[in-house]
Design a protein around this ligand. Sequence first.
Ligand SMILES: C[S@@+](CC[C@H](N)C(=O)[O-])C[C@H]1O[C@@H](n2cnc3c(N)ncnc32)[C@H](O)[C@@H]1O
Length: 378
Amino acid sequence: MNPIIVEIARRGGVPFVDFMALALYHDTAGYYTRPRRGAGPAGGEGDFMTAPTASPLLATTLACMLRRLALDLGTGLTFVELAAGEGRLIEALVAALGDDRRDVIRQICAVETATWAGERLARRVPDAVVARKLQGLARPRGPVVLFASELYDAVPCRRVVVAAVDGRLELREFWVVPAPGRRLVFETRPVTDREPARYFAQHGVSLAVGQVAELRLGVRAMHGATLAWCGRDGVALVLDYGYPARRLYDPRGRAGGSLVGYRRHRLVENVLLAPGRCDITAHVNFDDLMAGAGDAGWDRGEVRPLGSFLALHGAFDLLPAAVASGGVLKPDEWATFAAARRLLLPSGMGSDLKVLAQGRGAAWSSFCEMQTPPPIEA
Ligand SMILES: C[S@@+](CC[C@H](N)C(=O)[O-])C[C@H]1O[C@@H](n2cnc3c(N)ncnc32)[C@H](O)[C@@H]1O
């Protein structure tokens, strides 16, 4: 019997946010945390692709960016990856830096909740410092580059709906409750605290009747604390699916919310069917991350689609030379190019996945100069 279903039955039902925490992070049965022997969740053999698993282009572009930053600042950087998974990005980054690695990056730190994934990462990059929590790492000295790919969309969220009850509007919370046949089903109950209404008011959002919305109350503080931990000189790059509040909660767009599951590269509509066996994700409200940066004294930054972020940072120069010259691609070059296109083209990750760049101090000034596109020659 699935231990997550047993636990929910024992509690007589739980708010959706607690269900998502159990489904993803239950010690022995959670989707991310349960011990794994074969393929992990992200990648071709797993359930979904992420930017680091789709192509090394992200890591090679980052490597060029870090080289320039270290050169500009005249010192090596601390590279910190949150939600580092099995270490695919760090492994490719180290490979791309080659012999320059120690001049560019003084220390690599990785934070990963799933023990099995952290262990694989440590085997891939033996000199990376790996911890399950950021607080488990010594505070960095000198400039920091913080990187996180799909961390915040995996943070458990509350799920609410606006209902018309007896002629008045009521905000109701989704609960997950046991049903006959060892199944789980949704049920809504009145929201019993003021936080969701306050959250939407703060973001200037008014939900329509029948509109479903997901919200993460803790993300602003979590992100602010992370940036404060980084110090006063750094750049943070956060890749995630999401929008600013006005777009995320626009009833003309996502009236049903953005919650979905993924299994074997297919969408799972009912995330209650096999808890712990499929990924569960909901879009991020980038305004929370911007506010968190402001709280920490960092620049709130800007959000760009992944494709244009990579283009701005020279990714096209890193494609096989035959692409630019119009020559014939060899089979391995073609594979590299095809994978890179997934990150660049506006028909998938290139536009759906966003990069939020934020920073503080000299590292941020240097980074912003790099982002200025060169003048177009006549
Ligand atoms: C969608 S996967 C992304 C993995 C990797 N970053 C990538 O892009 O391929 C989300 C990862 O975040 C980890 N995670 C979730 N919450 C975390 C937290 N608070 N701290 C560190 N890791 C976390 C999960 O265990 C999982 O490995």
